[in-house]
Design a protein around this ligand. Sequence first.
Ligand SMILES: Cc1cc2nc3c(=O)[nH]c(=O)nc-3n(C[C@H](O)[C@H](O)[C@H](O)COP(=O)(O)OP(=O)(O)OC[C@H]3O[C@@H](n4cnc5c(N)ncnc54)[C@H](O)[C@@H]3O)c2cc1C
Length: 380
Amino acid sequence: MSAVSRKEKADASDVVIIGGGVVGMCVAYGITRHGLSVTVVDEGDDAFRASRGNFALVWVQGKGIDNPDYARWTSASANLWQSFAAELSNEAEMPLFYSRPGGLMACLSENELERRVGALERLHRRVPDTAGFDVLDHAQMKKMLPAIGPEVVGGTYCAADGHVNALRLLAALHRTAGRRGVIYRPGEHVSRIAVSSDGFRIHLGERELFGRKIVLTAGLGNRDLAPQLGLYAPLVPQRGQIMVTEKLEPFLDYPLGTIRQTNEGGVMIGDSKEDVGFDKGTDSRTLATIAMRAIRTFPRLAGAQVVRSWGALRVMSPDGYPIYDQSRQCPGAYLVTCHSGITLAAAHATIIAKAIIADAWPETLHAFSAERFDHVQEPA
Ligand SMILES: Cc1cc2nc3c(=O)[nH]c(=O)nc-3n(C[C@H](O)[C@H](O)[C@H](O)COP(=O)(O)OP(=O)(O)OC[C@H]3O[C@@H](n4cnc5c(N)ncnc54)[C@H](O)[C@@H]3O)c2cc1C
């Protein structure tokens, strides 16, 4: 055996996953449950990482208004979350602070409430099996959220919504992966992947990794990697800005779509939707707009100190829905990418991981192929 092939053998895994954000680590978690060896290659701390900057909702309400497949997929994942969180938290010996008390959207005008209810009713008519919702007036909202201000005219409540501590989720996935023998290689930027008859060779500078299968979960980085495997990932960044207050006495028993109190007491407020390319900064005008709405909703926030604010980039496909694909040109290569990777974490760790292991893409995933973007695949 030559030195190269001995080295290749040492660096070989059943599955190589590119990207160690929440999507990649959920897939790794699911795959290792079935006993396969996994290597995760990830960039350094300066990389774009939506998994470290998100709002941490496990959210169903209003998801898939124009897309019944996505509404069902989101519901399915949210329903798997309880057992996923319990198993992961137990194995990682770390609380994730996941809870599912239901979630609210607060409306600050009758017009806003009417539009919101109209959209949810439309969704419910199209997908009757998705989670239901209640329309609340000011008094009903006040019962659930005593701190709301007089400007809140009402809102909607969905019992299927929840939230988690997203940094704990990521930490628990990494800890469990380590314990299950996943090789994690941080600080490595993958730019070239070679396809061979028996698998995939990933070039890391002078070294090479080998995987029988490869899964692209590199967030915005998927865009450049996908064509090398006959896949298509037309992803663009969309910035969201979030701020967090000092720790406050618990006063929010339910998460709202843009305001939630964390297990530590800080109130997270966000988030904007901005088309600013790869700029993950913040600007005071946007933060002031976000803060003003939060104060109108909960006047007591006017006296709270903001201790941190940040911008993070969403991983957006042209229609905002996930892309799940197995490559026809390069069997054994997969693409798994989405916005809402926290909500979809449970489905990624179970349904997607199983599909990759079995090389069998279930019917439910077909709607999420990039083929819907009408792209002609270039030869690899
Ligand atoms: C402001 C904001 C709020 C959000 N709120 C919510 C929410 O409330 N609920 C919800 O469900 N979702 C939410 N999301 C979305 C969620 O955070 C993302 O869907 C999820 O984090 C995507 O995870 P990922 O692993 O695909 O991407 P990332 O976290 O971006 O990870 C990608 C990883 O791939 C690595 N990588 C990239 N290119 C390469 C390469 N060439 N070689 C090696 N490694 C590479 C990067 O280093 C990175 O670690 C929010 C996102 C944002 C930005």
